[in-house]
Design a protein around this ligand. Structure first.
Ligand SMILES: [Zn+2]
Length: 350
């Protein structure tokens, strides 16, 4: 049985915010208390849980990865420790934690009607290449599958490419901007030079906050100014989070987290924009799934569920559908597939 040591603020936390990494840090216990959450140690001094009836956050000392209701989310700065008290950067509370726990009611909310899908690479740009498999082939196959499912759910869909053609990176978000897309979703598959047997699972990127370095940039790029995408940063994070959560849950995949990057295709988009890395072409088991149409169908379904969940959180309800419209996948309102059914199907194809 776990001993739940309540870390009361008195005697445990310093009274004032502290500076690390050039950032203002605050004790997690203080922030938790101010927001009606409680803390207990999973590992004293190293790993802390911040929780209430509906929320569970896990933070680790010196780590840039936090767990938000079961899904990993990259922080911009590592959790710090001062005399046994764990501290979090104020910027991470503002740009990673608060927007997920308390999704703002967006005053400019408008119904999502058009979604731009961006199949990564194409033409002379093959993307990752393993044996006779090119990433560009599978990003397009996934995009076409997702296009069909989104259309059935009532969305308009634009593709940055629908064939094996080369498209310059800046042209991709530019198309979404020009056509007034409400969301931009770039689709990729990953590869790793080392640890091929271990590294697997989807990860979802959204724009890096101003003043921070990207998740995989090892401290570089904190001086990069604001991008067009930073204006939709909170929505992009929420979309990335919901898509990542759905991918992990419905595919039964390993969670490689929500991450931040200033990729070309992300930083020029003026609408909420994410980049999904659907899994690793270098992993012996996951790669075979990526090359399998049934698995890609399930992956598209998981992305659709993430988008619909996001839509429910930020958008006004869609207008009433005409009475001739059949319910089910053709309806914008009741089109969420049963996640359990998806999970069962994915297990059956393993
Ligand atoms: Zn790629």
């Amino acid at each position: 049985m776990l001993l739940l040591a309540l870390c009361l603020a008195s005697g445990l936390s310093p009274a004032h915010a502290t500076g690390f990494n050039g950032q203002s840090y605050v004790p997690l216990v203080d922030w938790a208390r101010a927001n009606g959450l409680k803390c207990y140690w999973l590992k004293r001094g190293d790993e802390i849980v911040v929780t209430n009836r509906t929320t569970r956050l896990v933070f680790d000392k010196d780590s840039r990865m936090a767990e938000v209701n079961g899904t990993d989310v990259a922080l911009s700065f590592p959790v710090a420790s001062d005399h046994g008290v764990l501290l979090i950067a104020q910027m991470d509370l503002n740009t990673a934690i608060r927007p997920l726990l308390f999704p703002p009611r967006f005053a400019d909310a408008k119904r999502i009607t058009t979604i731009c899908l961006d199949p990564g690479h194409g033409g002379k740009d093959t993307g990752n290449h393993t044996f006779w498999h090119s990433e560009k082939t599978y990003t397009l196959a996934l995009a076409l599958e997702l296009r069909d499912q989104l259309k059935k759910a009532g969305f308009n869909v634009i593709l940055t490419r629908s064939k094996d053609t080369y498209v310059d990176l800046p042209d991709r978000p530019a198309l979404a901007n020009r056509r007034g897309a409400d969301l931009f979703v770039s689709l990729h598959f990953n590869a790793t030079p080392t640890g091929k047997d271990e590294v697997e699972g989807p990860q979802t990127y959204c724009i890096t906050p101003v003043g921070a370095s990207s998740t995989d940039a090892q401290g570089e790029g904190a001086n990069f100014g604001a991008t067009a995408a930073n204006s939709a940063e909170q929505k992009s994070l929420l979309l990335a989070y919901q898509v990542q959560k759905s991918l992990v849950k419905n595919l039964g995949a390993k969670d490689r987290g929500v991450r931040r990057a200033r990729y070309w295709v992300l930083r020029d988009a003026t609408m909420p924009a994410i980049l999904v890395e659907g899994g690793y072409m270098t992993h012996p088991v996951e790669s075979k799934k990526i090359y399998n149409a049934t698995y890609r169908h399930q992956m598209a379904q998981a992305i659709l569920i993430g988008i619909l969940t996001y839509q429910r959180l930020v958008s006004p309800p869609p207008p009433a559908l005409p009475s001739t419209h059949r319910p089910g996948m053709n309806s914008n309102r009741v089109s969420i597939p049963n996640p359990r059914a998806v999970k069962t199907e994915s297990l059956m194809t393993k």
